[in-house]
Design a protein around this ligand. Structure first.
Ligand SMILES: NC(=O)c1ccc[n+]([C@@H]2O[C@H](COP(=O)([O-])OP(=O)(O)OC[C@H]3O[C@@H](n4cnc5c(N)ncnc54)[C@H](OP(=O)(O)O)[C@@H]3O)[C@@H](O)[C@H]2O)c1
Length: 305
């Protein structure tokens, strides 16, 4: 099997890289390219089509995305091109060439007003430009009728990249008090687990047909405030921090952002359990794995901004 992996240096992409390598021939792509990677800018449809025609993958794994949620408000056309148009092109190429597409989407396709966890078929109503661009990708993939699976995930973190966990650890270096938002609820998901859910779907043959959407998130719905508490407790227990900073919960209005976020975008994962026959990982176990990885390579992974 030949895999074409996009976004191979992202949080998810870098976890997928070794798992796909172990399962077949991997052609990995990053925006800039490199010694092991092909260059691929998803905003350039001509380059994407030429690469697909050359590599002729049996499975396209699209881990690339425009993920700058606030910046998307001022760059909606670029977000639309990368998150909407490019996945649509991949899907149509897959339909015409008997290939399959594994794609990732977001809890931000929902408006966050539902009191209980979101099911795959619940009405979508994104409240920001990023969510609208990702929804466009979902729609174009479904319309292509190619063999595909779309995994909607949420609050992704890893020991590398830009994410809430690394931001909290960075802030905790200099401050003994932190204010964290408590009126947004979601399911934090370690990229290592998300990659595992994704390859399990491949292993179980779910890409052999148009399988639709499945929600893929680790267990443990919480607020950012609660998640910060769990991060610091785990970091202290692993010796990554001497002491946790004191946390104070605040509302989202304390940190105005360009993009609005859903208040509660908890994903229901019953379908994941049924299709993959695995349980979503427990939050504390996932955090411990990610932070242990960070402890093994601390300097390479701390955020700089
Ligand atoms: N992060 C989250 O909290 C979250 C939540 C819900 C859903 N998701 C979804 O989960 C998937 C994986 O996200 P992630 O957390 O791994 O994101 P990430 O760490 O931001 O990685 C995204 C990758 O996409 C690449 N990319 C961006 N624009 C590109 C372009 N024009 N052409 C080619 N590559 C481009 C980036 O490359 P550069 O490094 O060069 O920019 C980066 O390597 C995405 O579909 C995302 O929408 C993420």
């Amino acid at each position: 099997m030949t895999f074409l992996l996009t976004g191979a240096d992202g949080q998810l992409g870098s976890e997928l890289r070794p798992l796909l390598q172990a399962r077949g021939t991997l052609v990995s792509c990053t925006r800039r390219g490199g010694s092991k990677d092909r260059p691929l800018d998803l905003a350039d449809a001509t380059v994407l089509t030429a690469l697909l025609d050359e590599v002729r993958p049996s499975l396209i794994v699209n881990a690339a995305a425009y993920t700058a949620v606030d910046q998307a408000e001022s760059e909606p056309d670029l977000a639309h091109a990368v998150n909407g148009v490019a996945p649509g092109l991949m899907a149509r190429w897959a339909a015409e060439n008997d290939a399959a597409l594994l794609h990732f989407s977001t809890d931000y396709v929902f408006d966050g007003r539902k009191a209980s966890p979101y099911l795959e078929d619940d009405p979508v109503a994104p409240i920001n430009a990023y969510g609208r661009s990702k929804l466009e990708g979902e729609r174009q993939i479904a319309a292509s009728a190619c063999k595909h699976l779309v995994m909607r995930t949420s609050w992704v973190y890893a020991s590398h990249g830009q994410n809430f966990l690394l931001k909290m650890l960075e802030l905790a270096r200099d401050r003994d008090h932190l204010q964290v938002v408590s009126d947004q609820i979601g399911r934090p998901t370690w990229a290592g687990n998300l990659a595992r859910y994704a390859v399990t779907a491949v292993d179980r043959g779910l890409l052999a047909a148009p399988s639709g959407i499945v929600h893929a998130a680790d267990a443990g719905a919480c607020s950012w405030f609660e998640f910060a508490g769990a991060i610091f407790e785990t970091a202290v227990s692993l010796g990554l921090l001497d002491q946790a900073p004191a946390l104070r919960e605040v509302g989202s209005d304390a940190f105005p952002t360009a993009a609005r976020r859903p208040a509660s975008s908890v994903l229901a994962t019953g379908r994941l359990r049924k299709l993959l026959a695995i349980e979503p990982a427990a939050q504390r176990a996932a955090l411990a794995q990610c932070l242990s990885e960070l402890r093994a390579t601390p300097t390479a992974n701390m955020v700089s901004d």
